[in-house]
Structures are given as C-alpha cells and as structure tokens.
Design a protein around this ligand. Structure first.
Ligand SMILES: NC(=O)c1ccc[n+]([C@@H]2O[C@H](COP(=O)([O-])OP(=O)(O)OC[C@H]3O[C@@H](n4cnc5c(N)ncnc54)[C@H](OP(=O)(O)O)[C@@H]3O)[C@@H](O)[C@H]2O)c1
Length: 163
C-alpha cells in the first residue's frame, strides 16, 4: 500500500521557504499515529526541514540525486522507483512530501490522507497537485473546528483511487 499524506490550504498550498504553512497540533498527532511503525518517503528538502532530523520509530527514506549524500537515520535513494524497490509488499509506505515527490507519487499512490485546512496562506512557493475527482473518491471526512490550539477549521479527508 502506497499512501500520500499531506496538509493543504484552500488553494492546495503546501509550504513556503521550505517550511510548513500552518501549525495544527492535532494534524501532527494524526501524522504520527498513521506513520509510526511504517515507512516514510520524502524529498531531500523536506528531510532538511525536519526540526530534529529523521522521524523516530519509522523507516525514513529520502530521495536525492546526489550520490554522496548520507543522512543520519535515513536511507537515501536516487529515484522513487529505486526507493520502492527496497520496500516489501507488506510495508505501509507513506509519501510525506514535498511538492516534487507528491507530484511523482500521485500516479502510483493507492490512498491519500489529506488535511484540508480552511485557510488561505499569504506566502506560498509549493503546491499539492490537483486531486482529480474522476480518479479519487472520498472514503472518510472528519471535520474539526477551530479552537484555542487550532486557528482554523480543518478536515481529515481520506481518498482511495477508484478501481
Ligand atoms: N504541507 C505538507 O503536508 C508538506 C509536507 C511535506 C513538505 N511540505 C513542504 O514542501 C516543501 C518542500 O517541497 P519541494 O518540492 O521544494 O522539495 P522536496 O520534494 O521535499 O525535495 C526535493 C528534492 O528531493 C530530491 N528528489 C525529488 N525527486 C527525486 C527523484 N525522483 N529522485 C531523486 N531525488 C529526488 C531532490 O534532491 P537533491 O536536490 O538532493 O537531488 C530534490 O531537490 C517545503 O516547503 C515543505 O515544508 C509540506
């Protein structure tokens, strides 16, 4: 199973200057719950954006075309195909960004775990690809309202690729 996990605003915005756009603690909690014990695949820039390096209790895979790159706590592969070749069939693989890797993974992903944030970021330099509703169907929508820890409404929306 290959899943994509991402948080986007109303315009599919993902990030700015190699940082996330929003801080939503319950979103981070869900990310951790879904990915812990599984495999996460990310681009080199997203790895560099992680505040404490490799994510604990997960197999961390980083994509980079640099053949001299070694990263603590992570395996580095030179293409998405190469990375997936090193994953078992029974492994749950979560593609966790950034924009360039999401774009490459959309055609091969089985599921999307989206966090759709009811906000519009002012400064954005990377976007999630448009989700084609002819290809993807929503299987679950869990709406959360803004509260003292979350400045915006948001929804956890799961999609499956139509057969
Ligand atoms: N909102 C969210 O859910 C979310 C999640 C993750 C990231 N983000 C945001 O996304 C932004 C980063 O995205 P990005 O597109 O700029 O960078 P990225 O996808 O994280 O990393 C790009 C780099 O990954 C490597 N790469 C990508 N595809 C590859 C392939 N097929 N084979 C080998 N290497 C490959 C290359 O590294 P080399 O240059 O080393 O060759 C490339 O420069 C940040 O703002 C981050 O905060 C948002």
């Amino acid at each position: 199973m290959i899943a994509i996990i991402a948080a986007i605003d109303k315009n599919n915005a993902l990030g700015f200057k190699n940082k996330l756009l929003f801080y939503l603690p319950d979103d981070l909690k869900r990310f951790k719950a879904l990915t812990t014990g599984n495999t996460v695949v990310m681009g080199r820039k997203t790895f560099e954006s992680l505040p404490k390096g490799a994510l604990p209790n997960r197999r961390n895979i980083v994509l980079s075309r640099s053949n001299i790159l070694t990263l603590p706590g992570a395996e580095v592969y030179a293409s998405l195909e190469e990375a997936l070749k090193h994953c078992d069939d029974n492994e749950q693989v979560f593609i966790m960004g950034g924009a360039s890797v999401y774009k490459q993974a959309m055609p091969i992903a089985d599921r999307l775990y989206m966090t759709e944030i009811d906000a519009t970021a002012k400064e954005v330099d990377v976007y999630f690809p448009t989700i084609d509703h002819e290809l993807w169907q929503v299987t679950k929508r869990d709406v959360r309202h803004a509260d003292d820890r979350h400045p915006y409404d948001f929804a956890f929306v799961d999609y499956e690729k139509k057969a």
